[in-house]
Design a protein around this ligand. Sequence first.
Ligand SMILES: *Cc1c(COP(=O)(O)O)cnc(C)c1O
Length: 410
Amino acid sequence: MSAEPDAAALLARLINHEFPDERGRYGPYGGRFVPETLVPPLDRLMAGMRAVLNEDDFQNELNSQLQHWVGRPTPLTRAERLSAAWGAEVWLKREDLAHTGAHKINNAIGQALLAKRLGVKRIIAETGAGQHGVASAAACARLGMPCRVYMGEVDVARQAPNVDRMERLGAEVVAVTNGDRTLRAAIDEALRDWVSSPLDTWYLLGSAVGPHPYPELVCHFQSVIGNEARQQMLDQAGRLPDAAVACVGGGSNAIGLFHPLIADTQIELLGVEAGGRSMGLGDNAASLVAGTPGVLHGCFSMLLQDENGQVHETHSVSAGLDYPSVGPEHALLQLTGRARYVTADDDQALDALNECCAMEGILPAIETAHAFFGAREYAREHPGCCILIGVSGRGDKDLPTLQQLAGVAS
Ligand SMILES: *Cc1c(COP(=O)(O)O)cnc(C)c1O
């Protein structure tokens, strides 16, 4: 069987916005691989989503929160000095300027508003580095809803300032002592909680992963990034970019930037994964570049697993990219060739972070720095090109990590 005619047909359907299909599939990827008990709440979530997302009332309320509380639209900044240094025209979509410092708030306030609208009384969320936990805690405080955040014990210890932030914002943080005691175990625990009280609880999932319809729902709320950026490029640059570049962990900021640009087929979409220490299994978090197909957290996608199908632990200097799988829409974008995925390793990301600080006066998150490295490589290969970089978040949260690394280096 040749894969090529399949990929061409899938690409045509992708560009025609035919995914996800009614089963939540993105070509071969996506779907819903969950215990029976989660089918009714997922169906309820989907029915609510279909009924409410396009209502005028809901959209007005969401837009008002995005404008007056999140601080949208976020600016599009021309990166003058990086442009000169790279021999390219570089534009930055500034999610680092959104409330709580990253794009995650777009999804958190969107889902929390939807949950409230559908009459759900209690929110649970998972968090790895703590950024999604902080965004969820903030959104729930804003809407007056109780919030419980599951966080691996290991992460609780290494991200203490974010635990403090979540608690100040009124969330209850539960340390997960099972499994790998990091993000993967936190998601397992949140799913377990949801199974035990599916009807009065909303699971506020933080990236474009998980069972159908989460990838679609998260993409919906994050697409504000690409929709704004597309219009801002036309208004400020007078053109669309040759390439749009974003870092990819679970894939939510990248899909938010890419999704509204899929039909603009002249724009190259470039996702940058965490290359970590090396491309050996366990040394990176590059699920698309180095993974194989498999199921994790209810979704069929690309996965870092060994030859027995055991999901492997990951490594990245950026906690936010440290997830062994990736959203199914990215897996399809890669399969069809509509987007291309590369890696930046720990050192390359840190180098790009320093360059961005020195040249633009912007301290990006270490996650985001992976996108800057990928963009610089792209500019090297395409002299004179116009590049749009998704600046997913700010790096203030990373100062302890950067200090620690500097200490190790000296
Ligand atoms: C969480 C996070 C990411 C990675 O998550 P995605 O779902 O892949 O976007 C990237 N950048 C920042 C700043 C983050 O906080």
